[in-house]
Design a protein around this ligand. Structure first.
Ligand code: ATP
Length: 344
């Protein structure tokens, strides 16, 4: 399926402009039509327009339901943190898979979709001292957010025909993690996914060991805030790259539907190479591929992801990871493969 989609595009700093050219060049060869409501979140413009710019960006994303963001510099404020707060993002979906051609100490093959509840847990409470000798913090697990995350996770598992593992320490943190696992089970039953999608629960410590030993047994993994934090870094380390990742931040409506989804690359603005046609657009193009799948343009999303991996596998990469290409020539290589994949 491919149709017309409007996307809120959030410009950024450093290499953002080069990345944008690469994304638009790829978008042009796809069968779908993509129009962009563009907001300039580059630092100079943020300074000039202030809060009003964020309000317009938020209104646009609430209208289109989809945001695509380039890296922004954190100088006076972190645009990511501001948008997270204004749009009430509560879940982060981060696919992490083995990348062809990237050297890593881990020899297994990883292909994970980490879906992390990005609020609550112990991270929302700074804690407090109890006298001089102890400190305590509150751990919050919120029913509604768990339900929303679980529904989203099951829908991804369904779309991608993958199994789903929910993971926590439900035997120790019986109340908080127990509530999380109960809700995941409720959602599984409610949507009658149980029969169609393999759902397992796994203690989080056991998950870490099993993931390293038998990575092929894990596909979509749904976790609470802290666990997702640890798991994302472990998985990034396993595939040998923190710099080639992409993710989507999600906000939900009262009814539990995705109200806003903002896609971006996990790397920063790389000011040292900005404007030199050296930026590696792999991560931002992976973010674009995720967005295409979210929009229902699954074939285009897959053709792009496959095309990127084919380039990396063939050593047709940008200079930062040892290849002969600059941003433009790498983008041309990707486009050639995307075209071939779409024609298959
Ligand atoms: P920021 O403050 O925005 O996080 P930074 O330079 O501190 O910027 P990164 O942007 O993640 O952090 O960059 C770290 C290093 O990796 C830099 O040397 C940068 O050039 C390189 N780098 C990051 N992203 C890319 C990319 N897409 N292509 C090529 N090199 C990159």
């Amino acid at each position: 399926m491919s149709g017309t989609h409007e996307i809120t595009e959030l410009l950024g700093d450093g290499i953002a402009d080069e990345l944008r050219e690469s994304v638009h060049a790829v978008a042009e060869v796809l069968p779908g039509i993509y129009t962009f409501d563009t907001m300039d979140l580059a630092y100079e413009n943020r300074r000039k327009e202030g809060r009003e710019l964020y309000d317009r960006s938020v209104a646009s994303m609430q209208r289109t339901g989809v945001g695509f963001k380039y890296p922004t510099a954190t100088i006076e404020e972190s645009p990511n943190a501001v948008l997270r707060k204004l749009l009430k993002f509560s879940v982060i979906h981060r696919p992490i898979s083995s990348i062809p051609g990237i050297k890593t100490n881990f020899t297994g093959k990883l292909d994970l979709d980490i879906i992390r509840i990005a609020t609550g847990g112990t991270y929302d409470d700074p804690g407090q001292m109890i006298g001089d000798y102890a400190a305590a913090s509150l751990r919050i697990v919120d029913r509604k957010t768990c339900e929303q995350a679980a529904r989203y996770a099951f829908s991804v598992a369904m779309r991608e025909r993958k199994s789903l593992t929910s993971s926590s320490k439900y035997t120790i943190q019986r109340i908080t993690d127990g509530l999380f696992e109960d809700i995941v089970q409720e959602v599984a039953n409610e949507f009658q996914y149980s029969g169609q999608i393999e759902h397992r629960r796994e203690l989080f410590d056991a998950l870490l060991a099993k993931l390293v030993m038998d990575p092929e047994n894990f596909q979509v993994v749904l976790v609470l805030n802290e666990y997702g934090d640890f798991l994302s870094d472990l998985a990034s380390g396993m595939v040998g790259s923190l710099g080639l990742g992409a993710s989507v931040s999600l906000a939900f409506s009262e009814k539990g539907q995705v109200a806003a989804a903002m896609f971006d690359a996990t790397h920063g603005t790389a000011p040292d190479i900005a404007g030199q046609n050296k930026a590696n657009p792999t991560a931002i193009l992976l973010a674009f591929s995720m967005m295409l799948k979210h929009l229902g343009d699954t074939q285009s999303g897959e053709a792009l992801r496959k095309g990127l991996f084919e380039c990396l596998d063939a050593g047709e990469t940008t200079g930062d990871i040892g290849g002969p290409h600059n941003t433009e020539s790498f983008t041309r290589e990707v486009i050639e493969r995307v075209r071939a994949n779409l024609a298959e």
